[in-house]
Design a protein around this ligand. Structure first.
Ligand SMILES: Nc1ncnc2c1ncn2[C@@H]1O[C@H](COP(=O)(O)OP(=O)(O)OP(=O)(O)O)[C@@H](O)[C@H]1O
Length: 587
């Protein structure tokens, strides 16, 4: 069974997973980091070189000598070179880091997409799909921002701190020690705040996922909400989640932002003390005036990374939470696949042998036996919840049987790879699925190599060609994201065209229950008859004509097949089918 993600990953685990994605671009990233360090070294040299000008001028003035312009120009040239190096390294850093990080994120997104397609269907039984997808999107964004901005800021802050501290020590040890007294206090304060705010940031991300899940759900059910006049209820639900979001964001941001004013207060106190001592040192002649000037600039420079700790720590925490969820998702076990022991090109028989199945520990199907021969139409009938969809889910191995077996040509379907098994089938469901793309692309979905004339032929067979011709862009008409620019019946015709083009060995058809107008009904009927012609078909049947003409009718109740046979045989039995038939169809 697939476990829902519960355990939070350790920071080191997250980093090692991240490294797998960064590895192909590590040299670019390292070069980018080298450029960040270069920029910070030049940044740390500025005050000292600027101070040299002040010292030079002060010494010339105090010794009543003419100002030595050549020396000043020389220092200015060094200063100018430092500025140039800093600008170039910042430029190179932007190019190399951005390139490496965006390529890494491209790979992460691809890995997620790939994962989604390889997870067992049962994974999505446990996760609200909308919530899961929105959480992944948010987490990818958070990680991308963290790598793009926070990484260089963290490296800059660490480098600035180290180099500036080094330069301060070179100027005066006593003054630096005064500044350093403040640091452990600041470090302890940050640690305390980080510890308090980490769970709050986790909560903030989870609440955001809930909020997006709710938005998704409410948007999906927009028409139903309007028809039931439940706008107020929907608004209240949204407001409730939005309020939770406000409270959790407030808590997370408030606690983490507390650190800023506290750190500033301590830093300003230490600046005051160090400046006082510095003035005395200049009067004593221990340090030059330019050095005091440089030292005060350094205090500001070192203050910068310290005051950034709170912002950076909250960004790092969000990134860590996002990484933890992303990599936990990417670590989910995928559908175990096998290499097909043999290829099946033609489906001659399909047998269910003593099949047992349940979505949980309770068995829904206890002993299902079916025998199907090539070209037969099998109608599946039964009340709602009887297990009709489950039967087709098992055929396609969306779920595996818990007992017994399903065999195609005598071969257990578990001996075939998912790809080799599923290529034998096409699904035409009531709940049609079209993707954002042209009508042509949607029809060619199951057979991407199909030529234009084959696509048109499939559309003609599916009675949808004329409709497509009436559209301004014909086969190039774009289906929008929700497929709302095509009617439900036309959608179903398009999916029939798709199935015809795939030309599968076995067709699984879920007949529409919703009433459509008579003309469309006739078009649908014609298209379905054509797609079913000379093909093995499993039809979740709602139409009398399909049921009567079926070679075999499976009557399901509570998961099991209670009767099977053709229409005449079952009517003569005068059992469940006869009751169902008389209740639903007999006029
Ligand atoms: N993914 C799932 N997880 C848990 N239980 C499920 C799942 N899918 C279906 N079920 C349950 O299994 C039983 C059979 O469901 P199934 O969808 O196969 O019935 P059906 O005959 O196709 O119903 P309908 O005609 O309403 O579509 C139902 O009780 C249903 O609640």
């Amino acid at each position: 069974m697939i476990m829902k993600e519960t355990k939070k990953m350790k920071f080191s685990e997250c980093l090692s997973h991240l490294f797998v994605f960064i590895k192909p671009y590590r040299f670019k990233l390292l070069f980018g980091i080298l450029m960040v360090i270069t920029a910070q070294v030049t940044f740390a040299l500025n005050p000292t070189v600027e101070g040299m000008i002040t010292t030079q001028l002060a010494s010339d003035i105090s010794s009543h000598q003419p100002i030595q312009i050549d020396k000043v120009v020389h220092i200015l040239c060094i200063l100018f070179t430092i500025y140039i190096v800093k600008t170039i390294s910042q430029f190179l850093m932007a190019i190399f880091m951005t390139d490496a990080i965006q390529k890494t994120m491209f790979d992460v997104r691809n890995a997620i997409e790939d994962k989604i397609h390889h997870l067992p269907v049962s994974y999505f039984d446990q996760e609200k799909t909308g919530e899961l997808l929105s959480r992944i999107t948010n987490d990818v964004d958070t990680l991308s921002n963290a790598l793009q901005q926070t990484l260089s800021r963290v490296i800059s802050a660490v480098c600035t701190f180290t180099f500036v501290l080094f330069m301060m020590f070179r100027i005066n040890v006593l003054m630096t020690c005064i500044i350093l007294v403040a640091l452990p206090v600041i470090a302890l304060l940050s640690k305390f705040v980080v510890k308090k705010s980490q769970p709050l940031f986790d909560d903030q991300q989870n609440t955001l996922a809930d909020l997006n899940g709710t938005i998704n759900e409410l948007y999906d059910g927009y028409n139903e909400i309007l028809s039931y006049n439940q706008q107020e209820h929907a608004l209240k639900r949204f407001e409730k989640d939005n309020e939770r979001m406000r409270v959790s964001s407030f808590k997370a941001q408030f606690v983490s932002s507390l650190i800023n004013p506290l750190c500033s207060l301590i830093t300003y106190l230490s600046i005051g003390c160090a400046s006082l001592v510095g003035c005395l040192q200049v009067l004593n002649g221990t340090i030059a005036l330019g050095q005091l000037q440089a030292f005060i600039r350094y205090i500001w420079q070192i203050n910068d990374p310290i005051s950034q700790i709170s912002q950076l720590s909250s960004a790092v925490q969000s990134a860590f939470s996002a990484m933890s969820r992303l990599f936990t998702f990417l670590n989910q076990p995928i559908e175990e696949d096998v290499v097909s022991k043999c290829q099946i090109d033609e489906v001659r028989t399909i047998e269910f042998e003593h099949v047992q199945f349940g979505y949980d520990d309770n068995l829904l199907m206890k002993d299902v036996n079916i025998d199907v021969h090539q070209g037969q139409t099998i109608a599946i009938v039964g009340p709602t919840g009887a297990g009709k969809t489950t039967l087709t889910n098992l055929l396609l191995r969306f779920y595996d049987v818990k007992g017994g077996s399903i065999k195609i040509n005598g071969i257990d379907i578990r001996e075939l790879s998912y790809h080799d098994l599923r290529k034998l089938f096409a699904l035409v469901l009531q709940d049609t699925w079209l993707f954002e793309g042209s009508i042509e692309q949607n029809i060619a979905y199951g057979n991407e190599k199909a030529l234009k004339n084959e696509i048109v032929e499939a559309a003609k067979q599916a009675n949808v060609h004329h409709f497509i011709r009436t559209l301004t862009d014909g086969y190039d008409t774009l289906i929008n994201e929700e497929g709302s620019n095509v009617s439900q019946g036309e959608k179903q015709l398009l999916t029939i065209a798709r199935a015809l083009l795939k030309n599968p060995e076995v067709l699984i058809l879920d007949e529409a229950t919703s009433s459509v107008d008579t003309r469309l009904e006739r078009r649908l009927q014609g298209a379905m008859d054509r797609v079913m012609e000379n093909r093995t078909c499993f039809v979740i049947a709602h139409r009398l004509s399909t049921i009567i003409n079926a070679d075999k009718i499976l009557v399901l109740e509570h998961g099991d097949i209670v009767e099977q046979g053709n229409h005449e045989e079952l009517l003569n039995k005068n059992g469940v089918y006869a009751r169902l038939y008389n209740a639903q169809f007999a006029k």
